[in-house]
Write a protein that binds this ligand. Structure first.
Ligand SMILES: [Zn+2]
Length: 686
């Protein structure tokens, strides 16, 4: 029955697309690879049977992750409106009076928090989520369906009893704690931090690669729904949406519950609670929304311009104030980043005295043209660190000073450096800078670095805090007596630690190099560098050109290495590590009789196959090449050798016959067994 086949094809395509998405974007597949293959094979068979149903969009025609280039445009079913704002009790009372006058009767309101996020629209057809869009200009938004699918708060399917076609609108937001974490990660990677959770949410949502969005813990807060059945009030809309699977986070403070109030006085009383307790909310809210509860009343009230007459956003009081920027100090983060901090004339903002504010990085200071002594506008957004919005240039007296990032680390006085492509400036004294020491020790002792088994993060912290370790090299000069002064640290622990430190001296040069934690030098780069330069001395003396000649080493890594070795503090530490007996040079590889000699094979060999010949040659250190150049040391010519033999003869490349090759292999093998360092006398026939 072709009709049934067609249905199955469609079903399989849609299922496979979903599994692809879960696999490639969410990295959270729900079926095994075998099950996936089974579905895909079934689809292939059906498509083969019905070539007329071919589709270029079929999962059988695509490999790998779905890729979207840019966002396509979505026209909203009804415009996505913005709300009128109120900043005072009078404005709220005026709103209430106007509503009652227009309707001619008393009204009830709903109260909802105004979540500071990004408004989006979600559309469901046949109870499936099929389209998600940003607000855009209110009429048209961007199609971000794939990105929205990665939000756990957004159900892909509505329950059986839900209407066929539903639209849900709400805010996408990021929790404050997740925002802080995200910014820390960005700083670690040398990226500029987001200014606030809202920007971070917007940046995360409008990613062209949905995998990036999927990696960010975004949430959804619903506030409107259309297409719902048997609904007459906004309050019912909110409860109905919860029933459809749009759940609110657990553990929210009680004042955020859906709420119905009978008059505007209740709203004003609630607003005070919202404002006083907003810090208890895990995400940013910037006020509360008052909506006329009856949908019929809403319809009767209609709109004025872009704003509905039936709702108003009552915003929290201004959180910006003006004060004087007294100084800019620099703090050193645990990764060595230099973070400028504004020292302010203390000012009360929204009930809290603010005396410090974040300035992010030097570009930000330059971009905003912030000078020491400026009058500045400071903003406090919830629990997020206060920020300087802008300087008030009109109030300048000419006494203001330009700020410059220090060339020396304020903690350890090492040089500071800003690598190409980085937003932050870093301290280069990584081996001894106290601000970075705990993190450095943890990295140094890590399994992939020096593998010091008994040095965990708690111990690293104690060692630094008790000043037993003030640079990485101090580890190798620890003694048992001083270790026993640590709290809850007994004989056994001390012995174990000292033993594992001793054992780490056997780690190869490449691991030591990685353990040093030179910015940008990861495990693989360390290995290449070790093989290329063979010793820390030669690496330390390398020029920019020398460094860039190493595979995988670009300008940024080279610059970082130069800075590291140029720092006297680091040189001291390296000297002490050498004293301690660490491997600071590459151990020579065992020499083999044919090391580095280039062989080219041609013609037909009688006594063994070509792969056999090749593997025996390679086992003795030879390089077997398929093309003949003048650099070749030998051409092995079997029977019926053609043009290569002629070329070799004309270039003077020694030619070996098969018998000679065999003899050479035998001699080399026996010489290797008896005395590995003797290189056999290799004479070819010219
Ligand atoms: Zn430092």
């Amino acid at each position: 029955m072709p009709m049934e086949d067609q249905k199955e094809i469609e079903k399989l395509r849609s299922e496979l697309n979903e599994h692809n998405y879960r696999y490639y974007v969410l990295a959270a597949p729900i079926i095994s690879d075998a099950e996936y293959d089974h579905l895909l094979n079934r689809l292939r068979d059906l498509e083969k049977k019905h070539p007329e149903l071919f589709s270029p969009d079929s999962p059988t025609q695509r490999v790998g992750a779905p890729i979207q280039a840019g966002f396509s445009e979505v026209v909203h079913l009804t415009p996505m409106l913005s709300l009128a704002n109120a900043f005072s009790e009078e404005e709220v009372r005026a709103f209430d009076a106007k509503v009652k006058k227009l309707l001619g009767h008393e009204v009830g309101y709903t109260i909802e928090p105004k979540v500071d996020g990004l408004a989006v629209s979600l559309r469901y057809s046949h109870r499936r989520f099929f389209q998600g869009a940003t607000r855009g200009d209110g009429e048209r938004g961007e199609d971000i369906t794939l990105n929205l699918k990665s939000l756990r708060d957004i159900p892909w399917d509505l329950p059986e009893y839900a209407p066929q076609e539903v639209e849900v609108r709400g805010e996408v937001y990021l929790n404050k704690a997740d925002f802080e974490r995200l910014n820390e990660e960005r700083l670690d990677k040398g990226e500029a931090p987001f200014a606030n959770p809202r920007n971070a949410a917007a940046g995360s949502l409008r990613q062209l690669d949905p995998r990036v969005t999927a990696g960010r813990p975004l949430h959804f807060w619903p506030y409107a729904g259309s297409g719902l059945r048997g609904i007459t009030t906004q309050y019912q809309v909110l409860t109905d949406l919860e029933g459809l699977g749009f759940l609110r986070p657990n553990g929210l403070p009680d004042f955020l519950q859906n709420r119905l109030i009978r008059n505007i006085d209740d709203a004003l009383a609630l607003f005070k609670i919202f404002n006083d307790r907003r810090h208890e909310v895990p995400f940013e809210i910037d006020g509360m929304v008052i909506k006329v509860n009856s949908l019929k009343d809403q319809e009767a009230l209609g709109f004025v311009g872009r704003e509905p007459r039936w709702a108003i956003a009552y915003k929290f009081p201004a959180i910006q104030k003006t004060t004087i920027l007294k100084d800019i100090q620099v703090q050193v983060g645990r990764t060595g980043s230099l973070n400028p901090v504004a020292i302010l004339e203390p000012v009360e903002i929204g009930g809290v005295v603010v005396s410090r504010a974040s300035l992010h990085n030097e570009d930000e200071i330059e971009r905003k043209d912030i000078r020491i002594g400026d009058a500045v506008l400071v903003q406090r957004a919830g629990d997020v660190i206060p920020q300087i919005v802008m300087p008030i240039k009109e109030r300048r007296t000419g006494e203001e000073k330009l700020f410059q990032m220090p060339e020396r680390c304020p903690v350890c006085s090492s040089h500071t450096v800003r690598l190409p492509g980085y937003a932050m400036r870093y301290c280069t004294g990584g081996l001894s800078c106290e601000a970075q020491l705990i993190e450095r020790l943890k990295h140094f002792a890590g399994r992939r670095a020096m593998d010091i088994e008994h040095l965990g993060s708690q111990l690293a912290k104690s060692l630094v805090e008790k000043k037993l370790v003030q640079s990485i090299a101090d580890l190798y000069f620890l003694n048992k007596d001083s270790l026993l002064t640590l709290e809850r640290f007994g004989e056994k622990s001390a012995d174990n630690l000292l033993e594992s430190i001793e054992k780490s001296k056997e780690r190869p040069f490449s691991k030591v190099l990685f353990a040093l934690g030179i910015p940008e030098v990861g495990e693989v780069t360390a290995k290449y560098l070790a093989e290329h330069f063979m010793s820390i001395d030669l690496l330390g003396r390398a020029s920019l050109e020398d460094l860039e000649a190493v595979p995988g080493v670009g300008p940024s890594i080279s610059e970082s290495i130069l800075q590291f070795f140029g720092e006297a503090h680091n040189q001291n530490v390296l000297e002490r590590l050498a004293q301690a007996g660490l491997n600071l040079q590459q151990r020579a590889k065992k020499q083999r009789p044919l090391d580095g000699l280039i062989f080219v094979l041609t013609g037909r060999l009688e006594r063994f196959t070509r792969p056999e010949a090749q593997s025996r040659l390679e086992a003795l250190g030879a390089v077997v090449s398929s093309t003949l150049t003048k650099k070749a040391n030998f051409l092995v010519a079997g029977a019926e050798s053609g043009s290569k033999l002629e070329k070799a003869q004309s270039w003077g490349v020694p030619v070996l016959e098969e018998e000679e090759l065999l003899r050479m292999l035998d001699e080399s093998t026996s010489s290797e067994e008896t005395s590995p360092h003797v290189t056999v006398d290799l004479k070819g026939r010219s």
